[in-house]
Write a protein that binds this ligand. Structure first.
Ligand SMILES: [Zn+2]
Length: 251
């Protein structure tokens, strides 16, 4: 029952995050103009904005101009709903739930803004960092929160160094500034060691796309943000077995 509620909340939040990512990436206001069809500017009535349901009801087309609406919209809504429901199933009402919901929300925003516009927005990143820091402070105390903060700063500096060396070596932007800022969250959410694991997991996830780009001789920039966020959520969920694995490997 509660899981279902989290799923439905997730659908609506997913819809909101997509609008937010779309508009902020194009430097538009979140409030004005009202939601409209991107093709004919027909303003959407409330029953045209219900996540997933409206898409099915309208058969994936604008009611006014009948232009096809991207399947990405209901998919992102379902993804957010799924992530919210899984968060509750995994953690119940706890501090981990708050962190997991914050990470899921940022993941969806980064998927849309980075895949569509090659942008990682600062404001959602800052809000997520504040939520995570406050939650750790509340749940684990000041010492732990400061250690998380320090881990975040160290990972950020490591990534910045990789970027500076990479930019010089390849004489072009090797890592986006947004990716470096995002890496601060890995340390803040987990710790230094698991933050490094996130980088490894994200790199592994990126390989198929990178190989595809090389084969296609596509010189375009690869959006790394979505892979970093996916890596972060995976490592967050599996942190206990990963810590055990690291300890067996190191000691
Ligand atoms: Zn239209």
């Amino acid at each position: 029952m509660i899981t279902g509620l989290f799923f439905i909340y997730g659908l609506f939040f997913g819809s909101f995050f997509m609008a937010l990512a779309d508009r902020w990436s194009q430097e538009q206001s979140i409030i004005k103009p009202r939601s409209h069809c991107e093709n004919c500017n027909h303003p959407l009535a409330f029953y045209e904005m219900i996540p997933v349901i409206s898409y099915i009801f309208l058969r994936g087309k604008c009611r006014n101009c009948h232009k096809h609406i991207s399947i990405v919209y209901p998919i992102i809504e379902l993804l957010t709903g799924g992530l919210f429901a899984i968060s509750y199933v995994l953690y119940g009402f706890s501090s981990n739930l708050i962190i997991m919901l914050a990470l899921s929300s940022l993941l969806v925003i980064v998927y849309v803004s980075d895949f569509k516009y090659l942008v990682i927005l600062d404001i959602p990143l800052i809000i997520t960092a504040v939520i995570i820091f406050s939650t750790v402070l509340w749940a684990e105390g000041l010492t732990s929160a400061l250690w998380h903060l320090l881990s975040g700063i160290i990972i950020f500096l490591v990534m910045l160094l990789i970027k500076i060396v990479g930019d010089k070596r390849f004489k072009r932007e090797s890592l986006g500034g947004g990716d470096v800022k995002l890496s601060f969250l890995f340390g803040l959410t987990l710790n230094f060691y698991l933050g490094i694991v996130v980088l490894v997991v994200a790199s592994l996830l990126t390989y198929p796309l990178a190989i595809y780009y090389v084969c296609k001789k596509n010189d375009a920039e690869i959006p790394f943000g979505p892979f970093l966020m996916t890596g972060l959520v995976i490592v967050y969920v599996y942190q206990t077995p990963l810590i055990n694995l690291l300890q067996t490997l190191i000691f």
